[in-house]
Design a protein around this ligand. Structure first.
Ligand code: MV4
Length: 506
């Protein structure tokens, strides 16, 4: 049994893992960069060790230092969270050379599923429906022409080492294939150090549905239902929910059983997610596997009543899954909003800085997984996710109502956030009727473009008001002897810059 776990992450997920450890009576070791000395995960952990300067390559990505700290502190296991080292097979192999357990799949399974062409081959062996196209890298443009001809245009070029939409190109017709192929190859080489690209048939207006898996080290694997993740912008998920409004018991079972077959064929253990595209005729196609705990895992926890982090730790200790597939029952509906320090009115520009006010929502059916506190400076060095606001209710309708209510309670002062965007999505008739696909949010956001002349004039007027407010803020700052003024919504980017400087000095 683990007595001590090192948490190789930061922010809300480090706190999420810390809480699970506390509940299981396991001591915690935090690691941090210079930008995170005052972060909540450092304050809350039993022990904390400095990794290095703010850049992730010099801190949270330093697998060598993290393993040294695990040894030094006497931790028996490392939980990687998501991002950073969580899907790094080289790091997992390094852990496998030591007595320290990586809480996640074995390196071998991670490698087998990490390459998308290899994962497509594994999907075929597991009789899992996948998008038509190649299962090996394209050796030449002539091979690309031949495959595209066979599956029919439009097609999609993808990088085998890619993920999250990077190195991806849609090709409408034969004349566009050559230049897209060459561009995709060089983009893949630059981004991933491998120029392997392959072809798929383009699925139009798909939904993005994923199946949560959990496997122990004794050959048992279960699926924990699906998550609907179609509401996204530039491959960043914005809202996730469970269950999907369009997945019934039969489709769920077929997707779930296919995902389990794939995991078992790859020797997968611990938590993992199989991503699918779902077309408007309810055909599902395997897309890729995420070999980590995901950001959106809470919606699955709420509808299954399970604690995924407890279960990850237990199966990593060698315990068998404490339940079977038949025991897994879905109940109610959960929806998650990813709250970001970014400004939807200004091209989603990141807005890190000092949090001057914080009122966090609570009450019936509300869960907030957060890593922030009043007085903390959100660093500009990492992904600016502030928290995840999750509602749970017996019905989708009531979950939406609870989220809207919670957003109204939520006050984050000093920095911009995307809370207003959620108010808009949750009140949209398309979202309310679950009429969503992967282009849904782009359509919603383009509805207010381009700005009309009248709107531009209003905007000009508002920027004059901003300048007046800024002058008042500067005056207030002087009057209050250098302490920040009590503004919840700083009116301008100049003020943001000032707040950022303030944070850097602190
Ligand atoms: C596709 C697709 C349509 N057809 N593949 C984007 C991220 C990467 N993991 C796979 N992606 C897509 N692959 C075929 N053959 C559309 C997407 C896609 C998408 C997928 C999931 C979630 C959001 C998306 C947004 C745009 C495109």
């Amino acid at each position: 049994m683990f007595q001590k776990i090192l948490i190789a992450n930061r922010g809300e997920i480090a706190l999420r893992i810390l809480r699970a450890c506390r509940e299981l009576g396991i001591a915690t070791v935090a690691v941090y960069s210079d930008a995170d000395r005052a972060a909540l995960h450092v304050l809350e952990a039993d022990e904390a060790y400095r990794l290095g300067p703010a850049p992730a390559t010099e801190s949270y990505l330093r697998g060598d230092l993290i393993l040294d700290i695990a040894r030094q502190s006497g931790a028996q296991a490392i939980h990687p969270g998501y991002g950073f080292l969580s899907e790094n097979a080289v790091f997992v192999e390094a852990c496998e050379q030591t007595p320290i357990k990586f809480i996640g799949p074995p390196a071998k399974a991670m490698r087998a599923l990490g390459s998308k062409t290899r994962a497509r081959q594994a999907a075929d062996r597991a009789a899992m429906p996948r998008v038509p196209g190649s299962t090996k890298g394209l050796a030449s443009i002539d091979e690309a022409y031949a495959v595209a001809e066979q599956i029919g245009y439009p097609v999609m070029l993808k990088a085998a080492a890619g993920g999250g939409g990077k190195g991806m190109r849609a090709v409408a017709k034969r004349e566009e294939l050559k230049s897209a192929f060459e561009a995709a190859q060089s983009e893949a080489e630059r981004a991933f150090g491998s120029n392997e690209v392959y072809l798929e048939k383009l699925i139009e207006r798909p939904r993005h549905i994923e199946i949560q898996l959990l496997a122990d080290e004794h050959g048992h694997c279960v699926y924990l239902g699906e998550r609907e993740c179609s509401v996204q912008r530039r491959h960043q998920k914005v809202i996730e929910e469970a269950p999907s409004a369009v997945v019934g018991p039969d489709l769920r079972r077929r997707m779930g059983e296919a995902a389990v077959r794939l995991a078992q064929a790859a020797g997968y253990t611990n938590a993992g997610t199989v991503e699918f595209l779902l077309d408007d005729a309810q055909n599902f196609y395997f897309l890729e596997v995420n070999t980590r705990l995901q950001v959106e895992h809470p919606v699955t926890e709420l509808v299954t009543g399970l604690d995924l982090v407890h279960l990850q730790i237990r199966v990593a200790q060698g315990e068998p899954l404490p339940f079977t597939q038949e025991d897994v029952q879905l109940r109610g509906h959960a929806i998650e909003c990813r709250v970001y320090a970014e400004d939807p009115d200004n091209g989603f520009f990141p807005s890190p800085g000092l949090i001057t006010r914080l009122l966090q929502p609570a009450g019936p059916g509300i869960r907030e997984d957060s890593g922030i506190y009043e007085g903390w400076v959100v660093p500009m060095d990492y992904d600016p996710m502030l928290s995840k606001l999750i509602a749970y209710a017996p019905t989708r309708e009531l979950a939406i109502a609870r989220l809207v209510r919670a957003i109204d309670e939520y006050v984050i002062g000093g920095i911009r956030s995307n809370l207003g965007l959620f108010r808009r999505i949750l009140n949209d008739t398309g979202f309310r009727s679950a009429n969503i696909d992967t282009s849904y949010l782009d359509r919603l956001l383009s509805a207010d473009q381009p700005a009309t002349r009248a709107e531009e004039e209003t905007a000009n007027q508002e920027s004059l008001e901003d300048i007046a407010a800024l002058a008042a803020a500067v005056f207030e700052r002087h009057r209050s002897n250098g302490r920040p003024a009590a503004f919840d919504r700083p009116p301008s980017s100049a003020w943001k810059t000032a707040a950022r400087r303030e944070g850097l000095r602190g």
